[in-house]
Design a protein around this ligand. Sequence first.
Ligand code: C2E
Ligand code: MG
Ligand code: MG
Length: 440
Amino acid sequence: MASNPADLEFTDPLTGLGNHRRLQDKIDRLISERADDPAPFAVGLLDLDGFKPINDLFGRAAGDFILQQVALRLNAAMDDSATVARVGADEFAFLYPMVFSEDAISQKTRMLIEILSAPYDIGERTARLSASVGCSLFYSGDETTAHLLNKAETALYHAKRSGRGGVVVYTREMEEAAKRVTRIEQALRRAVSAGEVEPHFQPIVDLVSRKTIGFETLARWTDRDLGFVSPATFIPIAEERGIIAPLSQLVLRKATEAARAWPEHLFLSFNLSPSQLVDQNTGLQILSILNRTGFDPRRLEVEITETGLMTDPASAEKIVNDLRRIGARISLDDFGTGQSSLGRLREFNFDKLKIDRAFVSSILDDKPSEHIIRAILAMCEGLNMDVVAEGIEDEGQAARLEQFGCAGGQGFLFGRPSNAEATLGYLRNTLRAPQTANIS
Ligand code: C2E
Ligand code: MG
Ligand code: MG
């Protein structure tokens, strides 16, 4: 009971549970008790999934009531030695002094999630909740309370990322992975401000004439210490850690500067990440770079993915319309692998669709891939969209795609991504090629 002021400091007024201070205090004490006793113990952080929408839907008073019910259920589920505390708006934490293994804590917390998933009566209505939990175990006296809670936090992050109702127990591998991401993030921040990320360009060709019609810009980064880092690694980190906007601006600036030297009929395509389609500054940033470098927006193609449209369709639509208005074209990238929705093809008018490499690489030996590609091609024709097949690696694939009526192609067969200088050399050679052919 929280009757005297000293207790109040350790109590959450809404639920009567201990607060984060009470929890920390208990963990501190347990760590010192275990100094001579090698037995591990477990902590867990539980986050309610989708609590905010419930608060919005049923009102704040109902939200408070649900939190109190959650607290009651959790408290009732604790065994003698265990403690539960409320450590955030919709976040609870437990301390299990007598749980010694990853399996045991995982079992315990699954039961808690089960208990919380029973419906909550709010007047006439009922609400349902799920929860995600991250746990960590104390193994050695070197660990502090903060360290233990950080590990649980990381585990919770992984649990949330893998969907609702998950339990993740922190492992060594997670610690290594988290450290590596942080190292890459720091190195990337430095590289972006030093202007060290470079655009490379991969040719996109007309499959019938085999002439280059444009290039896709692909970001390349070689760090002094880390060496070459693949965009498949650093782009998601840049997105997650808020570096994607400056990175993207740097690459687009360099790419448009390079592309000014190309023949005018060639387009430049550029990838936008999902988070950039949520940021309403994106359109303006692109426009200001084009203005500064003097690159004609009508030569720009912007590649976006269905994932990018999903997060916030209204925001994405606004950005797409802004880009369209200045004359840029919009392509739908990696089509067929994400959460494809044909409805979206109707809502957004894409100028071009890029068939994902997964279908192209199996076109020769997999009937379903062949059928899917033919269906996509028929659809593009009907919707009046251009089409490019990605990841063409050999002549057999190119010939089959051409036979099916696919107009555009991209892949190692026609050229690997190369830097600005090599691309210029490539263009000089290919543009000279027809003359050479005439002479011989
Ligand atoms: P993407 O936009 O689908 O780009 C095509 C990827 O396929 C590139 O990988 C390219 O090198 C690779 N590729 C092209 N032809 C072939 C082929 O014949 N065989 C095989 N096996 N691969 C081929 P990369 O450069 O590693 O980029 C990976 C992804 O990273 C890109 O996929 C794109 O989503 C993202 N990305 C790259 N640069 C940027 C950028 O500047 N901004 C943003 N937002 N994303 C970027
Ligand atoms: Mg792309
Ligand atoms: Mg692609």
